[in-house]
Design a protein around this ligand. Structure first.
Ligand SMILES: *[C@@H]1O[C@H](CO)[C@@H](O)[C@H](O)[C@H]1NC(C)=O
Ligand SMILES: *[C@@H]1O[C@H](CO)[C@@H](O)[C@H](O)[C@H]1NC(C)=O
Ligand SMILES: *[C@@H]1O[C@H](CO)[C@@H](O)[C@H](O)[C@H]1NC(C)=O
Length: 568
């Protein structure tokens, strides 16, 4: 019998964890490796106003940045589906244009291989895609690249001798920079792992805006074409070629990558993009599409797909199930993620009956876990060992071949190297009574008081156990901002098991520009530590002044801060 949910399974209510261990003997190895301390981590800032609707920073329950708001995505999908299906039934009365031409980009269609979308993209003016280039970890603002303006490329700091990685977000439920929160975690991780490089953020927020999922899905075609033109121009002006570029997209962003790859292939006679990594590529409207209508094998020299919420839209799944890459990694079976709680069929029934009040948190959680898993793999010692297998149950039951020692090509991660064709791989992020994703990764959320001054600089974090042992501090290098009433989110490796952490020490070091410095003192309202699967939560709910270059040491207690708690 299948576990009803991973929460139930991981609590041991069903005799499942033992089997996981038997089927995934590599987990032991993973944990030994991570016993060594790695000073590594990433950080971003939830740059949303406290007044934002979905991203209000709760005093008692700070949250990690959402790649996509799964609840709104789900509702958008359901509504769009109805429109889409009406359009399909009503083909006889289909007066919508069949093609559209945009200067510099050419014709776009909604038939043939794109009939899964059956919708033309909005215009470049409406979508207002921005390409933002980061070349140095202490760069405070991005350079803007224009795919129609060679001069913008020429004068930019893009250096063809350095690695180029493009990060692409998916469906957006918030406006402005809020949509780029998780993306900045990747930019930071890239600087940590690869040093200086050409790290490009594709900001297509306006084209990805909720609630119309159908429109956003159709826009992936256009944004992909714009990205292809940008890469083409970079190649001409800076003398490089597409194989030097790697694309990483989440959800709808995965399909943007795919459309960019297809267009570049057509234009470059066989010189493909180096890599596309699709993180939980969006399923709705893409699940049954052929290779021309979605991210597909062949769109780059290697296409890696990771799947984690592919349970079908009727079960609350937002990801795609079908194999779309050279290699497809399925997280914990690919449908539901540990710690996200169950998506109760009953709750979904109500939503499908237009009771849009309560979208289960688990829908969002399952989807957003995926970028968090991939983010962790930027740490070279954090590997999700995977088993090539035909089905998940066979993988769990140990019926598929495993190799010892584990080959690097058996680990899920951005740096996955070899390219087995049609390979389906299964990995686990969880093991009973241990922390879960790749050893001890701790999510640290620092919430600034509403009246605090605007902090910006680097943050260092260390954990302390009951014996006073401390982890090596790790320093957040990139863009550490902590404005009043907002929160900074960090993902930190720890050699101390989450349950054994008793204190957290934090050091803020303010940025100074030639004539001004950011705040010398920031008032923190609370600090929250949680495991990736949210099964251990510790907090310091005491307000405290954090002065630049002075460590603060905070005692932690179990559980969240009480609602309404305010430091006087
Ligand atoms: C799609 O539509 C365009 C324009 O209407 C037409 O030229 C083309 O042949 C169609 N393609 C397919 C595969 O039907
Ligand atoms: C990994 O690489 C080895 C050779 O280095 C190869 O024999 C094996 O088949 C590869 N495994 C997968 C899953 O591709
Ligand atoms: C922690 O401290 C104990 C003794 O206080 C010591 O035996 C142990 O090796 C320390 N562990 C680490 C990881 O430093």
């Amino acid at each position: 019998m299948r576990c009803i949910s991973w929460l139930v399974c991981s609590l041991g209510l069903v005799n499942f964890p033992g089997k996981i261990d038997a089927g995934f003997p590599f987990l032991g190895q993973t944990f030994e490796q991570t016993g060594r301390l790695v000073a590594d981590g990433v950080m971003t800032v939830l740059d949303t106003a406290v007044s934002g609707i979905t991203e209000t920073v709760s005093e008692s329950n700070p949250t990690e940045p959402h790649g996509e708001d799964g609840g709104k995505l789900f509702l958008g999908v359901i509504k769009s589906y109805m429109e889409y299906e009406t359009a399909q039934v009503d083909k006889g009365n289909d007066n919508r244009p069949k093609a559209v031409f945009y200067d510099d980009l050419g014709w776009f269609y909604r038939n043939g291989s794109l009939s899964n979308l059956d919708r033309l993209p909005a215009s470049p003016n409406q979508i207002q895609t921005k390409f933002l280039l980061y070349t140095s970890p202490d760069q405070l603002t991005a350079e803007v690249l224009d795919y129609k303006d060679a001069a913008s490329i020429q004068r930019s700091g893009f250096n063809p001798a350095l690695p180029s990685v493009v990060v692409i977000h998916g469906f957006k439920t918030s406006s402005g920079t809020a949509s780029l929160q998780w993306v900045m975690l990747f930019i930071d991780a890239l600087f940590r792992r690869q040093g200086p490089g050409n790290y490009i953020v594709v900001d297509w927020s306006k084209g990805a805006q909720a609630p119309n999922y159908w429109a956003a899905a159709a826009n992936t075609q256009l944004v992909g074409a714009q990205l292809a033109n940008l890469i083409q121009l970079l190649c001409q002006v800076k003398q490089t070629n597409p194989s030097m570029f790697q694309l990483i997209g989440f959800s709808l962003g995965s399909h943007v990558s795919g459309f960019a790859g297809k267009r570049l292939n057509a234009a470059n006679g066989g010189i493909k993009l180096g890599r596309i990594f699709g993180m939980d590529a969006a399923g709705p409207l893409f699940e049954h599409a052929g290779p021309g209508g979605r991210l597909a094998k062949g769109d780059a020299n290697i296409v890696v797909a990771e799947h984690g919420s592919a349970d079908g839209i009727k079960n609350g799944g937002l990801g795609i199930w079908q194999q779309i890459g050279d290699v497809d990694f399925y997280a914990n079976g690919g449908k539901e993620q540990p710690g996200c709680g169950p998506v109760f069929a009953k709750a979904l029934e109500n939503i499908l009956k237009f009771d849009f009040k309560s979208v289960p948190e688990a829908i969002q959680c399952n989807h957003n876990r995926n970028w968090l898993y991939v983010l962790q793999t930027f740490d070279p010692t954090c590997q999700f060992h995977s088993i090539p297998c035909d089905t998940y149950s066979n993988a769990i039951l140990g019926r598929c071949i495993r190799t010892f020692p584990v080959e690097p090509n058996q680990s899920m991660g951005f740096y996955f190297q070899n390219s087995p064709t049609n390979s389906k791989m299964f990995f686990h992020t969880n093991a009973p009574s241990r922390d879960l994703s790749c050893g001890y990764h701790i999510k640290v959320t620092i919430l600034a008081a509403k009246a605090s001054t605007h902090g910006r600089g680097t943050f260092s974090v260390m954990f302390v156990d009951a014996k006073g042992n401390e982890t090596t501090p790790y320093i957040i290098a990139h863009d550490g901002r902590l404005p009043a009433g907002k929160q900074a989110f960090l993902l930190v490796r720890s050699s101390i098991a989450p349950a054994a952490i008793k204190r957290v020490k934090i050091l803020y070091h303010r940025f100074c520009q030639p004539d001004t410095c950011f705040a010398d003192t920031v008032n923190i309202q609370s600090v929250t530590l949680a495991t990736v699967a949210n099964d251990v939560v510790k907090t310091s709910c005491q307000g405290i002044d954090m002065v630049s270059d002075m460590w603060v040491s905070l005692g932690l207690r179990d559980g969240k801060c009480k609602t309404g708690f305010r430091f006087g």
